[in-house]
Design a protein around this ligand. Sequence first.
Ligand code: SF4
Length: 167
Amino acid sequence: MATTRSDLPKVLVSACLLGQPVRYDGRASGHPDLLQRWQGEGRVVPLCPEVAGGLATPRPPAEIPGGQGGYVLDGQARVLTVAGEDVSEAFLAGARLALELVRRHGIRVAVLKSGSPSCGNRHTYDGSFTGVKVAGEGVTTALLRREGVQVFSELELAEAEQALAAL
Ligand code: SF4
């Protein structure tokens, strides 16, 4: 049985990367071995910002025109569903809940799902719903970075592990 230690630095992780079926399409996004190990060590704080912000699962896909979560934080862009519904408030509420968790647990490292308009850390989609990616970050990632949290994706687990070890 894994040993759990309360003094190990905690890491915020997208719930869909932990096997939870919270994606917009009602599916999960896998469950990498390293994340399972961290869970066994009691260091994972899971969150789906979109569900925490009040959105249902499944839900319509949403994108940020231009793909910049920071602009949503600053009121300069909105998050829109494929049908044109403005879901910015739910995205902002989820980001604020992520910030609360980070502060409560002293979290300095997060592993969030790549490409998401909430969780993406290097790219998002451009708002055209045609699969076009742009360099950018999701709303939650942008807010956590403003707090100084290092945000990695499931494609950068080795880097995330190094960052955690360096704390
Ligand atoms: Fe939720 Fe983020 Fe996963 Fe989307 S990418 S399902 S917002 S945890």
